[in-house]
Design a protein around this ligand. Structure first.
Ligand code: ISL
Ligand code: CA
Length: 536
């Protein structure tokens, strides 16, 4: 029986490239993570998810792997460094999980280099190839990164399939040789001592038949042919058998798995321990989220997984702009209210580097400050549409992933203490006042609040494993829910808001502040106000 230690745990996501550089090359490295383990332990973190550090041409931030068995030593460090990190984390009773990127490889992986050489190459069937001409591609499916999912390769004149960039050809999971090679690699990494995986884009492994007709070119429809398609179950069962053999912690990025299907993926017999829902991340053209959409999505996922299954609540990751600007109004008050709203939900919450000090989006002035593949594609598309450079930059960066990849802001010394060299991506100029060193000295900081919220999870099983019941479900900005003896009320709005609860609150007292115990069912919440109550 697999242990479920993770149900009381809190995860922290590190984007290594931007976390801490210890050798002055401007790129974060494994030794930088080791240096900051005491900081993470003090925050109360139980395990760390590290974005990819494998050998890669870095076309998509390391999600284009060219050697599954090798670290990108020049950029991040050696296997000895990784083993030291694992040992140092374990010595502090923390665990390390890595990214498992097996929907695709880099186009510079030896398998693909062989595969494209000829139609009868032994590796041809490691990928998806189809006859094609520029006028007639195998179908009209669309890539997540824009454009067709098919690229014609001039060597054989056939087209190969890629859900992401053309530099990331999809592996053919129908091929038993591919499956066995991947399974062997998963076992190998677990014998290296890592504690589990975050499963990248795992729901795309199976594709519909190539003649599947997509319904429309807007919304999610273009991606339907590779979103949790029937046939994926076998691969997931094979992977589960390996994860269980090593008691590995697994969290799936499985867009296309619905909240109704998620219990089967994440209950005691499920393929993985927990799942990120990706439905709440909708942003409008101005890069702003809709709070009610967020609430409705989270309530549905919490309620659908209450009896069986396990959520991984989060607000930020390396693919999203900063939540203080997307869901908040840029103020620290908004970052705090958002922290309270999600950190006490049922599930294993994840904190993304910098979120705990309210790091913000970057005010881009030039495309050279941007790195993400899809942002650059979008910028070029906007220019081609006739937008000016400034308009194209704004349109492309409004919701771009680059905002989350600016270097971590440790202190107010040069480059925010991230590097003594020239950072690979510009540091946000607001590091002077927004940094860890300053937050650590401020008992009223966002950081102090996250430390408190993590402590609550560790101290009360009502928070970590208790049930959840949402109140005021249709309120557009107030998110309120009970966790057994706790009542959490957050006003996710810059406006003071009055709410009336069905039952009087006279039997609660406030855990966070000494507000007088409300004796009526009416409450007036301050802008971005929050309360954590516990029954006497
Ligand atoms: O399904 C989707 C549309 O919402 C996406 O969530 C898609 O599954 C997601 O973008 C996958 O992201 C992951 O794989 C990508 C990489 O660029 C991202 O950084 C990673 O998080 C390709 O490996
Ligand atoms: Ca470095």
């Amino acid at each position: 029986m697999k242990s479920n230690w993770y149900q009381q745990a809190v995860g922290y996501q590190i984007y290594p490239k931007s976390f801490r550089d210890t050798n002055g090359d401007g790129i974060g490295d494994i030794k930088g993570i080791i240096e900051k383990l005491p900081y993470l332990k003090d925050l109360g973190i139980d395990f760390i998810w590290i974005n990819p550090i494998y050998k890669s041409p870095q076309f998509d931030g390391g999600y284009d792997i060219s050697d599954y068995y090798a670290l990108d030593e020049a950029r991040f460090g050696t296997m000895a460094d990784l083993k030291a990190l694992i040992a140092q984390a374990h010595a502090r009773d923390m665990k390390i999980i890595m990214d498992l990127v097996v929907n695709h490889t880099s186009d510079q992986h030896p398998w693909f280099i062989e595969s494209r050489k000829s139609k009868d190459n032994p590796y041809r069937d490691y990928y998806h190839w189809q006859p094609a001409t520029p006028e007639h591609l195998p179908n009209d499916w669309q890539s997540f990164f824009g454009g067709s999912t098919w690229t014609i390769d001039e060597v054989t004149g056939e087209a190969y399939f890629h859900v992401f960039a053309k530099e990331q050809p999809d592996l053919n999971w129908h091929n038993p040789k591919v499956r066995e090679a991947i399974y062997e690699m998963v076992r190998w990494w677990l014998t290296q001592g890592i504690d589990g995986f975050r499963l990248d884009a795992i729901s795309h492994l199976e594709k519909a038949p190539w003649d599947f007709k997509i319904k429309s070119l807007d919304g999610n429809d273009p991606w339907e042919p590779f979103m949790n398609v029937t046939g994926i179950e076998g691969y997931m069962r094979d992977l589960k058998a390996i994860f269980d053999a090593y008691d590995a912690l697994t969290v799936g990025e499985a867009s296309g798995v619905s909240s109704q299907q998620a219990p089967d993926w994440t209950d005691d017999q499920g393929y993985i321990d927990m799942i990120f829902e990706l439905e709440h991340t909708f942003k409008d053209a101005q890069g702003k989220a809709d709070i009610l959409h967020y609430k409705e999505t989270v309530m549905r996922w919490q309620n659908d997984l209450l009896a069986r299954g396990w959520n991984a609540p989060y607000l930020e990751n390396h693919d999203q702009p900063r939540v203080i600007d997307v869901m908040g109004d840029g103020t620290e008050a908004s970052a705090k209210a958002l922290a309270v709203a999600y950190m006490l939900l049922r599930g294993t919450p994840f904190i993304y580097q910098g979120q705990e000090i309210g790091m913000t989006n970057f005010d881009y002035t030039d495309i050279s400050q941007v790195n993400a593949t899809d942002t650059i594609y979008l910028y070029q598309e906007k220019l081609a549409e006739g937008l000016s450079k400034a308009q194209a930059l704004k349109a492309a960066t409004q919701t771009s992933r680059d905002h989350s990849r600016t270097p971590m802001q440790w202190d107010n010394t040069e480059n925010a203490g991230f590097s003594t060299g020239t950072p690979w991506l510009a540091v946000n100029p607001n590091y002077q006042e927004k940094n860890v060193a300053r937050a650590e000295k401020d008992p009223d900081s966002i950081l102090a609040l996250y430390r408190f919220l993590i402590q609550l999870r560790h101290d009360y099983s009502a928070i970590s494993e208790g049930s959840i019941k949402f109140l005021l479900p249709s309120h557009p900005t107030v998110m309120a829910y009970e966790r057994e003896e706790f009542l959490i009320v957050t006003n996710l709005s810059p406006k003071a808001t009055a709410v009336t609860f069905e039952t009087p609150l006279d039997h609660y007292w406030d855990v966070l502040t000494n507000h007088s115990v409300p004796t009526t069912s009416l409450m007036v919440l301050r802008p971005w106000g929050y309360h954590i109550y516990r029954k006497q």
